[in-house]
Structures are given as structure tokens and as C-alpha cells.
Design a binder for this molecule. Structure first.
Ligand SMILES: [Zn+2]
Length: 198
């Protein structure tokens, strides 16, 4: 851990104390991001301490993650995911029973293969549909954390971090499709706009 990282860890943990939170900062090797977890753990990528990222940007990211802990977002997320899993199961089981009955009635050969295809497609559709409300709430939580960072004077620095993050990640087709179907965050351009807006 270099001196920038030690200073950052101390600063963020102090910022947490001001909000009555006990934060544990952990540095990780992969990615260019930060993640707050239930229980006060905050994972920060070491790459945020290298160019193109600057101090004010990683501070902004830290404050955004602090907001997630302050508003208890990681715990809410875990509970929502549990509910989502149970709900998916509730929809998937009758669907599988239905298809099994149809195949039995039609006396179709190679039943296992067909069942697998049907199960996979049903499971994908169910998960996709069931995910949408929780992804919607996830995006609301991101906006809440962004607005907290903005209120603390980190709006422009956070917008600058998002721009650099997007440039590094690129706009591949897979990433665009994934963002369109599964995004836990609001659209980056939209975030940049409201963060930079005075
Ligand atoms: Zn966030």
C-alpha cells in the first residue's frame, strides 16, 4: 500500500466516523471501481490510484460509496435479491410443470433435450422480468448516492471519474446490450449531466 492509499483509507474512515459509520477500506487488484458492502466494508480498486484517475475523482467515488452505507443500500440490496430469487422460483416452478405436462400429453420423444431448452428459455425470461423492479430500485439508490456526493461538493469530480471509467471500459456491443437489459446504474451520460448541472 503506498502513501496515497494509506492517506485515502484514513480519510475515508474518518469521513465514515462523521456519519456514525464504521468503515473498513480494502484495496483490490481488479477493475477501476469501488463497492460498498453490507457491514461497512468498502472495496476500492488499486487502479484508482494510477493515471488517468486523480485524487479528487477517487475522493468523489469514496463519498459516493459512503452514501451507499449511510443510506443502508447494501443491506436493502441483499434483501431485495433474496425476495427476487424466491419470486423467480415461484414463477419458474409452475412454468416447468406446465411444459412437462404439454410434452407428456404430446408424447414427444427426446423429452430431456426439449425440456432443457424450454427450461433454459423460461428461466432466462423469468430472471429478466423479475430482475427489472430490483434493477430499477438499484438505479434509484445510485441516484441517491450521486446526489449526496454532489451535495458534498463532489459532483463534477464524480462526473469526471464516470467519463474516464466509460472510456476505459469502451462501448462494445455486449456491454451495450448488458447495460440495456441488466444495468444496476442509471445511464452514464444521464449521471454526468445531473452531476455537472449547477
Ligand atoms: Zn454506487
Amino acid at each position: 500500500m503506498n502513501r496515497h492509499m494509506t492517506r485515502y483509507k484514513e480519510w475515508l474512515e474518518k469521513e465514515g466516523e462523521k456519519e456514525g459509520l464504521k468503515i473498513k477500506v480494502i484495496f483490490v487488484k481488479d477493475g477501476y471501481k469501488a463497492e460498498a458492502r453490507a457491514g461497512g466494508e468498502m472495496r476500492i480498486s488499486e487502479s484508482l490510484f494510477c493515471p488517468p484517475f486523480e485524487e479528487k475523482e477517487r475522493n468523489a467515488v469514496g463519498i459516493h460509496e459512503l452514501a451507499h452505507l449511510k443510506f443502508n443500500h447494501p443491506t436493502e440490496k441483499r434483501n431485495k435479491e433474496l425476495q427476487r430469487g424466491l419470486f423467480a422460483l415461484l414463477i419458474a416452478i409452475p412454468l416447468i410443470i406446465f411444459w412437462s405436462m404439454v410434452f407428456r400429453l404430446l408424447d414427444i420423444k427426446n423429452l430431456i433435450l426439449i425440456l432443457m431448452v424450454v427450461f433454459e428459455s423460461c428461466a432466462f425470461l423469468v430472471i429478466l422480468c423479475v430482475s427489472q423492479p430490483s434493477l430499477y430500485y438499484s438505479r434509484i439508490r445510485e441516484i441517491e448516492a450521486d446526489l449526496y456526493a454532489k451535495k458534498r461538493g463532489f459532483g463534477k469530480a464524480l462526473a469526471s471519474y464516470i467519463k474516464k471509467y466509460e472510456e476505459l471500459k469502451g462501448k462494445s456491443l455486449t456491454r451495450r446490450v448488458k447495460n440495456w437489459l441488466w444495468s444496476t446504474h442509471p445511464d452514464s451520460d444521464k449521471r454526468i449531466r445531473y452531476l455537472e448541472d449547477c
